[in-house]
Design a protein around this ligand. Structure first.
Ligand code: NAD
Length: 282
């Protein structure tokens, strides 16, 4: 497949990981964030992640400099005006994403595809904020992007077959596996994963066991590679809460209510690894 110019909005946990996965495969990446600090942290994360992959023999050292040179950064969305595809990976807020999609639609090339990495928000709704709804699609990567094999591809009601095929080809070209999923709150993985994590937070809040004990129990008893609370720290507590709120509000089912402890920790700014403190300290 031809190497593309791909824009990424948001240089946080996911945006930086997506930038790495794409640049390593030869694509030119423009990474945009409103926060210069996020951009710097994102680039540092990419460099550190590539160094670890080199040490494990999964990436040639010579390729890292080339991959890094393919990533340009900016604080302005206008830097994305020449992209073939733009992947939005900004914070999980509907108002923000609706605004971003309207802005991206106004500045992107007419033939560009606009994708969202949202964990739970309706792709149909984001597509409706643009004048190119057939070219809007969900491209849901998993954390950490450089190692996780899955990408859920979500078609909104308006998404064209051509748009689906273009992003499916890209996913295959970067060595990941696509699973097409219906546009529904939380799609497939987060519909199950986030309530499981939320339940672990209920268990912690009710004092069933300590955070480390809950994680050990799930690692040893359910053969999970990482405990649910450590996983939540990796995902970000704000993202977990946002997904639970979308599930709760969409299905109106009390089984999806966010655990009170999760709400309180987000209020305290304990968002997990990205803030140095979540259920564990970093
Ligand atoms: P994050 O908080 O690490 O990063 C979000 C970034 O977006 C921040 O750096 C912020 O400055 C930036 N941002 C906010 N408004 C912006 C704007 N108007 N323009 C440009 N940048 C802006 O969040 P994240 O974990 O990377 O999540 C990003 C998206 O990916 C969310 O939609 C989330 O639901 C989704 N997602 C997250 C995970 C995960 O495990 N964290 C997994 C899959 C999908």
């Amino acid at each position: 497949m031809n190497k593309q110019r791909i824009g990424i909005v948001g240089a946080g946990t996911m945006g930086s990981g997506i930038a790495q996965a794409l640049s390593v495969c030869g694509h030119e990446v423009a990474l945009v964030d409103v926060s210069q600090r996020a951009v710097e942290r994102g680039l540092a994360t990419i460099t550190g992640s590539m160094e670890r992959l080199v040490k494990r023999g999964k990436l040639a050292e010579a390729d890292t400099a080339a991959a890094l040179s393919r990533i340009r950064t900016s604080g302005e969305l206008a830097a994305l005006s020449d992209c073939d595809l733009i992947v939005e990976a900004a914070s999980e807020r509907l108002d923000l994403k609706l605004e971003l999609f309207a802005s991206l639609d106004a500045l992107a090339r007419p033939d560009a595809i606009l994708a969202s990495n949202t964990s739970s928000i309706s792709i149909t709704r984001l597509a409706a904020a643009t004048c190119r709804p057939a070219q809007v699609v969900g491209l849901h990567f998993f954390n950490p992007v450089p190692v996780m094999a899955l990408v859920e591809i979500i078609c909104g009601l308006q998404t064209s077959d051509e748009t689906y095929q273009a992003v499916a080809d890209l996913v295959a070209a970067i060595g990941k596996t696509a699973v097409p999923v219906k546009n529904s709150p939380g799609f497939v993985v987060n519909r199950m994963l986030c309530p499981m994590i939320n339940e672990a937070i209920f268990a912690l809040g009710e004092g069933l066991a300590s955070a480390a004990e809950i994680d050990d129990a799930m690692k040893l008893g359910a053969n999970h590679p990482i405990g649910p609370l450590a996983l939540c720290d990796m995902i970000g507590l704000d993202i977990e809460l946002a997904v639970m709120q979308v599930l709760f509000e969409s299905f109106k089912d009390p089984k999806y209510r966010p655990a009170p402890l999760l709400v309180e920790m987000v209020e305290a700014g304990y968002l997990g690894r990205k803030t140095g403190r979540g259920f564990f300290r970093y």
